[in-house]
Design a protein around this ligand. Sequence first.
Ligand code: ATP
Ligand code: MG
Length: 454
Amino acid sequence: MLATTIKGLVKRLVKPKPGQVERIAKNEHGIDRSRVSRHAIKVCESLQQKGFDAYIVGGAVRDLIIGLEPKDFDVATNATPEQIKPLFRRARIIGRRFQLVHVVFGQEIIETSTFRAPASDGHMTDDHGRILRDNVFGSQQQDAERRDFTINALYYDPVTETVIDFHRGVRDLRKGLVRMIGDPALRYREDPIRMLRAVRFAVKLKGKIDTASQAPIAELADLLSNVPASRVFDEMLKLLTCGQAMACVKQLRTYGLHSGLLPLLDVILEDPEGQAFIELALERTDKRIRIGKSVSPSFLFAALLWPQVRSQWERLCADGELRIPALIQAADQVLDAQTEKLAINRRFSSDMRDIWFMQPRFERRVPRAIYRLFEQPRFRAAVDFMQMRAACNEVDSVLAQWWMDLADGNDETRSEMIAALANEPKEAGSANKRRRRPRRRKPADGAAAPRGDV
Ligand code: ATP
Ligand code: MG
């Protein structure tokens, strides 16, 4: 009894107050140093040898503590970009507003930034409180304060193997709590993207957004329409490729973060016809990410927008438009509507079109057309896309498998497959079934010669 009371008392005395820095030792945070990028360690060591403070920071520390593989490693230091750059053979200063240094080691880039002061110190904001400029160097404590969530404000010193925690982030991490640093409403106003990040991290931790950080979201969700479309696109892409896209999308809906602001999500969640296709696309994406395969953004967005493109396409065909021009028109209409809110990069949208436009061409298996399709750079993606359509009974699955086998085969099997087609009955959409254009009538008086005779 006495022992438990003393234990409780000691715990209370030792328990740091919010805002008080905690130094967490290896046996408590459990980071396995062998999983830390040796290049990030090298950057910290080099800076420390010159007398600077330097830590691995942000998402990498969070992921290492919960045993996930970090995507990349960032370093934060009290050295300025001019002091950092000369310490490394390949380093370049980037950014205009807030400069930071990219230290390059072969394929790996360690983003190294100087501690930054929080937004309260005379930063420019727009009418809604969104920060427009944020470029003041600060102390480590200030740097922690300007980060979004407590779980993202952890500093790992790879030399002493200590984690520095200003906001009790390790505790939140263990509880699966996404907690905003500072006043949540103010911080969402400063940068509404943080609402989307909160959802993504809650799903990632299989946890939740803490009550106070959750509360203002419903009211502030509209502020997302105020954020530059390219940032929304980048965050959406992160969300859709985090390996748990479906869970994220469902959570966004719970928080009212989907409607109106992100037309893409309106489509995903509110169009029952397209739902099956989109769920399949997200499931496949999640699976690929989990087994470490890459996902192409063009493929993903082509899939997400397909139900809309398809229904528009069908409508235009029903109105008498020819299939291919109708598809081109449908794609334009859907992409125009989306890019207003969600800046789909031009490179992605041109790949998306390629994937879509190959779909009707798969219906026509004549040797020359097959070889022409095969040479298209997005052929493989378009064939994969066709598999999803087949899984949703949109196209014949035997035909979809034929194209898959063709894509997977070698030159010899390919020519055999194409040669074998000659023995198959002609299929819908093949050359002899194409709709003929009506013949042009000759002018009655014969005055105008046919083209080519001129
Ligand atoms: P992941 O890379 O898995 O998406 P991350 O936490 O590393 O997660 P990044 O966008 O790479 O996210 O940002 C690195 C760090 O920068 C974050 O951990 C956080 O400390 C800080 N940060 C990023 N975006 C914001 C933001 N909008 N507001 C405040 N701090 C941010
Ligand atoms: Mg990161």
